[in-house]
Design a binder for this molecule. Structure first.
Ligand SMILES: NC(=O)c1ccc[n+]([C@@H]2O[C@H](COP(=O)([O-])OP(=O)(O)OC[C@H]3O[C@@H](n4cnc5c(N)ncnc54)[C@H](O)[C@@H]3O)[C@@H](O)[C@H]2O)c1
Length: 285
């Protein structure tokens, strides 16, 4: 396996732009691939602002921020990722979208190149099976906001090789992150444990046990959580929470993962949390 110098990132949304940011900040050349120019422009703009903020806070120098930005090359042409030594996919969380991307990347990327996914809930084993290189497909699950959060869950699919795991674990460390090894299972560890907590907090509100404010206070003051579960659910997006609960419910087949009916109703109403202006709390524009 050749040394990883040029990294492809697919998707420049919330996670993709953060992933491009941390790779570029650590000296890697990045090809950031999107489907439309406006999404690419928005992602690059966010990276520019976030690197600028890090320079203002003296976490990096202005010269380092400028150099990092120059290392990121935006593209709408996926075939230009053929020069990459490693590719991480952070596109929209839909299996049909990721299936098409993995099949195509398998054709485009050199045979030794590792293909990683930042998916929160789709099976790595299933994505790997779309390719002719399942031993070189792996989950590299970053956390939001990527430049700040230290964890990377590194998820082994059924066929992922030790060499691939070691390379990605090493890569996470080069980014200043801490890799944690997890096997492929619905929700991995992070969402399998976190989402039922958020879902149960919603049941407590639905059943009138406590208000959202009271539930959040319990976790902030009693468990030293920096943010209560309902504030966190609003931050993640209630539609995203519902999708992940459905993955857990279907994938694990245990009724304890049943999505809270209040969550379903809120998503039906378009109350998606912070991004829609209303969730368990209301947000000014
Ligand atoms: N948001 C989070 O907190 C979070 C945390 C960890 C993991 N994830 C995972 O990261 C992935 C991305 O999530 P996000 O929150 O950044 O979503 P997002 O909606 O902010 O961004 C997704 C981007 O992917 C782009 N895209 C869609 N199809 C594409 C394609 N074929 N080629 C290139 N780009 C394409 C979209 O235009 C969009 O800009 C998902 O798999 C999600 O589960 C999200």
């Amino acid at each position: 396996m050749s040394e990883i110098k040029t990294v492809g990132v697919i998707g420049a949304g919330t996670m993709g732009n953060g992933i491009a940011h941390v790779f570029a900040r650590s000296g890697f050349t990045v090809r950031l691939c999107e489907v439309e120019q406006r999404f690419l422009d928005r992602g690059l703009d966010t990276i520019r602002k976030n690197l600028g903020r890090e320079a203002e806070k003296a976490k990096i120098t202005q010269a380092e921020a400028d150099a990092a930005l120059k290392r990121i090359h935006g593209t709408l042409d996926r075939s230009s990722l053929s020069v990459c030594d490693f590719v991480v996919e952070a596109a929209t969380e839909r299996f049909d979208i990721k299936r098409e991307i993995f099949r195509d990347l398998d054709r485009i990327a050199g045979p030794d190149v590792i293909l990683a996914s930042n998916t929160s809930s789709i099976s790595i084993t299933r994505l790997a099976a779309q390719t002719q290189r399942p031993e070189r497909v792996i989950g590299m699950h970053f956390f939001n906001p990527v430049p700040v959060m230290r964890l990377v869950e590194v998820i082994r699919g059924l066929a992922t090789s030790q060499e691939t795991y070691d390379a990605v674990s090493d890569l996470a460390e080069k980014l200043g992150k801490t890799p944690v090894e997890v096997n492929d299972a619905p929700g991995f560890v992070s969402n399998r444990v976190l989402m039922p907590l958020l879902n149960e907090a919603m049941y407590a509100v639905m059943e009138g046990v406590a208000t959202p404010e009271a539930v959040d206070e319990v976790f902030k003051l009693g468990m030293a959580h920096p943010m209560g579960p309902l504030t966190l659910a609003d931050f993640i997006g209630l539609d995203v929470c519902l999708d992940i609960m459905r993955v857990l419910h279907e994938g694990l087949g245990d009724p304890k993962y049943r999505p809270c009916p209040l969550l379903i109703r809120m998503v039906d109403a378009g109350w998606l949390g912070r991004k829609s202006g209303r969730g368990f709390y209301e947000y000014g524009s």
